[in-house]
Design a protein around this ligand. Structure first.
Ligand code: MRU
Length: 333
């Protein structure tokens, strides 16, 4: 079962809001349904929302003709493009399909399929390259790898980014244990990464977010691997809130801190992390979970979904095409 499938003129998505208890499909047959799915995190993870966005342009072509009704078409695709602001992949992939929309629906659909195939290929490449790098950095022992959020097949289409590295280590017999962080407030680590690790048969122990830096400082972690939502030209990286604390702790303890992301996440138009738009999500995600409200009725909350890790805290960025050794002064652009 793939995370995203174009099926009978609609986009079928594994509904990530229901995992791990229910494995169900959410069917987005309109642009509005797809935007709703992206905003509610039915589909999430930078590469995955990029793939979904590509198919969304094809849906838009069924609702407004790009040639005869360009204004209505632009309104639809602008809303899609901006459904979530931090992960650059959404805008990049929407634009890639828009670039061929004038050639007709078949050309647009072929591009959306090509984007999905690209992400599948690049996940395998990142897993291999990242695992090679980890083994070279963590010489002579089976690896204890910490990770945050969900960066597996659910966040891409197959295998993933940082979690693909952990999967490859496991398949090669080089993984001692994975420590996924639960990832407050929406628990992508506790709900999704554990589910994926379980399916691959990899050993893991789930830890609360605040335990991450403490475990690193106690020498229980050989490497931290995280994904990225946007990588600025100078190597600063936006990723799930909590990534920065792990990078600080890893830096202080001399533990390698790796970012794993496809080239589609590198944004040459964003100079530094300070230029990245950080999504602020609903207060209710912090004051409660699902139907349960645990904070007082009048509690207010601040809910940034991402943080920025400066390049100087990153050992290396691993993409599907290269390793950028930030620690040695290299930068992605
Ligand atoms: O809010 P989310 O769940 O979409 O956040 C996802 C992340 O932060 C991932 O680490 C990132 O998109 C890389 S996924 C391969």
């Amino acid at each position: 079962m793939q995370t995203i499938v174009w099926n009978d003129d609609a986009v079928d998505l594994i509904d990530q809001t229901k995992l791990p208890h229910e494995l169900t499909v959410f069917r987005a047959a309109t642009v509005a349904e797809l935007i709703d799915a992206i905003k509610r995190l039915v589909v999430r993870g930078a590469p995955a929302i990029g793939v979904a966005g590509g198919y969304g342009v094809v849906l838009a072509m069924g609702e407004a003709d790009p040639i005869t009704d360009p204004d209505a078409f632009a309104r639809l695709t602008d809303r899609l493009r901006n459904a979530r602001p931090t992960a650059v992949n959404l805008a990049v992939r929407v634009d890639e399909v828009l670039a061929v929309a004038g050639e007709g629906r078949e050309a647009a659909l072929a591009t959306a399929h090509r984007i999905k195939d690209d992400e599948i290929r690049s996940s395998t490449a990142m897993g291999e390259r990242g695992a090679d790098l980890v083994v070279s950095l963590v010489e002579g022992r089976s690896v204890r790898a910490m990770t945050i959020c969900n960066t597996g097949g659910l966040a891409t289409v197959d295998r993933g980014t940082a979690l693909a590295v952990i999967q490859t280590l496991h398949e090669r017999g080089d993984l001692e244990i994975a420590y996924p962080l639960e990832t407050r407030p929406l628990l992508q680590g506790a709900r999704l990464t554990t589910w994926e690790l379980g399916r691959m048969g990899a050993p893991y122990r789930l830890v609360v977010d605040s335990a991450g830096p403490a475990l690193i400082s106690r020498g229980l972690v050989d490497v931290v691997v995280a994904g990225a939502d946007r990588i600025a030209s100078n190597g600063d990286v936006a990723n799930k809130i909590g990534t920065y604390s792990l990078a600080l702790a890893a830096h202080r303890s001399g533990v390698p801190f790796l970012i794993v992301a496809p080239e589609s996440t590198v944004d040459g138009t964003t100079a530094t992390g300070a230029d990245i738009d950080i999504e602020l999500r609903a207060e209710a995600e912090v004051t409660g979970f699902g139907e349960v409200r645990f904070a007082p009725a009048d509690a207010t909350a601040l809910n940034p979904a991402f943080d920025v890790t400066p390049a100087e805290l990153i050992t290396a960025i691993v993409t599907d095409q290269r390793v950028v050794r930030c620690q040695d002064g290299e930068r992605p652009e």
